[in-house]
Design a protein around this ligand. Structure first.
Ligand code: GDP
Length: 435
C-alpha cells in the first residue's frame, strides 16, 4: 500500500482536502467499528487504487504560529517515508517565503511531487496561479478543495505515479509478519536486539528496492517469522524524534505491512496520546495487536502494580480491550520470549477460520435468546452467519433488515464471538447483510 503525504504551510487547505479524500470511506469504516478516527491519517482510493493519506500539518500543535523549522522537518520526513508528496499552496496568498523553503527541499526529490494550488475557484485565480511556476517544481494542479473541483485530474496523475504493487511470493505470504512499533525511545531496537542478538538469526534479507525491503526473516524459537522493519531497526536520520508526526509516519508503513503489531510502551511514560494514535492505527488497519510494556525493570512495584497498570491501559483502549499485555524488559530480557509467543498466538487467532456449521450452531441459539432489540418498530430476524474469506476475521450476519441493527448489538455479537472462539488481540468485524 502506498503512502501519500500532504505538506505545506498551515491554513492553505490541507485538511479540507484530506477530509474530502477520505470522507466516503471513513464514514463506512467508522460505522462498522464505532471508533473515532485519527483526523490526520486515512485511506482513500481512486480508479481502484488504494493509498494511505497523511496530513502532516495535522500533527503540528497550534498550527497558526508554527515555526518554519518545524514544517521543514515534516517535509524532510515526508520525503523519506512517503511514496508521493502533495505540496499544497494557497493562491490567495501567492508565493510566500515558507513556500519557497519547502519547494527548495522538494526540488531535490526523486519521488513524485505534486504542486497543488488550492482555492482556485474562478478564472482570475487560474491566472494568478501562474506565479507558482516560480517554485521550480514544474507543472501544477489547480483545485478548490472546498467543492472538490480539479481533484479528479490531480488524483488521476497521483495514482499513476504511485509505485507498482509487487506481488508477494507465495512462501513469504504464510510467514507471520510482526511489526515492532511505538514511540521513539520506547525500547524497540533494544527489544529487537534482545530477541535476535547481533543479527545472528537473520536468514534472508528479502531483496528489493530500499523502500520495499522492509521484511527480514528470522527463525528463532522453533519457527520462522518476518520482522517488519521500523525506525527502531534503521535509524536513518536524526530528524526530530520528538515530533508526534515522526512516530506516526514511521509506523504507518510497518503497520500496514504487518499481520501483528507489537506496540512497545515505555512503562515510565504510559499509554499516552502518541501510543494511542499508534494503537488505533493498528486497530483501524485490522491488525493483530500485542502491547509490550517495556522497561518493567525500572518500575518500583508491589504485588498490585501489574494489575493496576494493566487496568489503566485497558481503560485507555476502550472499547477494544481484548488485547494481550505483556510486561517486559528488553534490558534484562525478562519475558521477551513470552512476547513473541503471544504474538504468534495472536497471529493464529487472526488466521482462524470458523466452520459455518459450528458458527451457526453456537451463535444462532444465543441470538434466539438475545435477539436484536426492535428499532423503529422493526424486528430483525438473523437467519445465518458466515465468516468471510479474508485474512482478518470478518463475519456476515444475514438477516431481513440489516439497517435496523444498531452498533451496541453488533458489539454484543462481536463480544460473543470473542468469548466463544477466542480472538484475543484481533479486531473482529461484524457486518449485517441482507438475506
Ligand atoms: P527505540 O527508539 O524505541 O528503538 O528505543 P531504544 O531501543 O533505542 O531505547 C531507548 C533507551 O531506553 C535506550 O537508552 C535503552 O538502553 C533504554 N531501554 C530500552 N529498553 C529498556 C529496558 O527494558 N529497561 C531499561 N532500564 N532501559 C531500557
Amino acid at each position: 500500500n502506498s503512502i501519500v503525504a500532504i505538506v505545506g504551510r498551515p491554513n492553505v487547505g490541507k485538511s479540507t482536502f484530506f477530509n474530502r479524500l477520505i470522507q466516503r470511506r471513513e464514514a463506512i469504516v467508522d460505522a462498522v467499528s464505532g471508533v473515532t478516527r485519527d483526523r490526520h491519517y486515512g485511506k482513500s482510493d481512486w480508479n481502484g487504487r488504494e493509498f494511505s493519506l497523511i496530513d502532516t500539518g495535522g500533527y503540528v500543535k497550534g498550527s497558526d504560529d508554527v515555526f518554519e523549522a518545524e514544517i521543514d522537518k515534516q517535509v524532510v520526513l515526508a520525503i523519506e517515508e512517503a511514496d508521493a508528496i502533495i505540496f499544497m499552496v494557497n493562491v490567495e496568498d501567492g508565493v510566500t517565503g515558507m513556500d519557497e523553503d519547502v519547494a527548495r527541499l522538494l526540488r531535490k526529490v526523486t519521488k513524485p511531487v505534486f504542486l497543488v494550488v488550492n482555492k482556485v475557484d474562478n478564472g482570475k485565480r487560474e491566472e494568478d496561479a501562474v506565479e507558482f511556476y516560480n517554485l521550480g517544481l514544474g507543472d501544477y494542479f489547480t483545485i478548490a478543495s472546498i467543492n472538490g473541483s480539479g481533484t479528479g485530474d490531480l488524483l488521476d496523475a497521483l495514482v499513476k505515479a504511485l509505485p507498482e504493487v509487487e506481488p508477494r511470493d507465495e512462501e513469504e505470504e504464510i510467514l507471520p509478519r510482526f511489526a515492532v512499533v511505538g514511540r521513539p525511545n520506547a525500547g524497540k531496537s533494544s527489544f529487537i536486539n534482545a530477541l535476535i542478538g547481533k543479527d545472528r538469526y537473520i536468514v534472508t534479507d528479502i531483496a528489493g528496492t530500499t523502500r520495499d525491503s522492509i521484511d527480514t526473516k528470522y527463525n528463532r524459537f522453533g519457527f520462522d517469522f518476518n520482522l517488519v522493519d521500523t525506525a527502531g531497526i534503521r535509524k536513518k536520520s536524526k530528524v526530530k524524534e520528538d515530533l508526534e508526526f515522526y512516530s506516526v509516519m514511521r509506523s504507518v508503513r510497518a503497520i500496514e505491512h504487518s499481520d501483528v503489531c507489537l506496540i512497545v510502551v515505555d512503562a515510565n511514560r504510559g499509554f499516552d496520546g502518541q501510543v494511542q494514535n499508534i494503537f488505533w492505527l493498528a486497530e483501524r488497519n485490522r491488525k493483530g495487536i500485542v502491547i509490550l510494556v517495556n522497561k518493567w525493570d525500572l518500575v518500583e512495584k508491589d504485588h498490585k502494580t501489574t494489575n493496576e497498570v494493566e487496568k489503566y491501559i485497558r481503560s485507555q483502549m476502550e472499547p477494544f480491550t481484548d488485547v494481550p499485555i505483556v510486561f517486559i524488559s528488553a534490558l534484562t530480557k525478562q519475558r521477551i520470549y513470552k512476547a513473541i509467543e503471544t504474538a504468534v498466538e495472536v497471529y493464529k487467532n487472526r488466521s482462524k477460520k470458523i466452520k459455518t456449521s459450528v458458527l451457526n450452531d453456537t451463535m444462532l441459539p444465543i441470538i434466539e435468546n438475545y435477539p436484536p432489540p426492535a428499532y423503529k418498530g422493526k424486528f430483525v430476524k438473523i437467519k445465518y452467519i458466515m465468516q468471510l474469506p479474508t485474512p482478518q476475521p470478518q463475519f456476515a450476519f444475514f438477516c431481513n433488515l440489516p439497517q435496523y441493527v444498531r452498533d451496541p448489538y453488533k458489539r454484543f455479537l462481536e463480544n460473543k464471538l470473542r468469548e466463544i472462539f477466542d480472538f484475543n488481540g484481533v479486531p473482529v468485524s461484524v457486518y449485517m447483510r441482507k438475506k
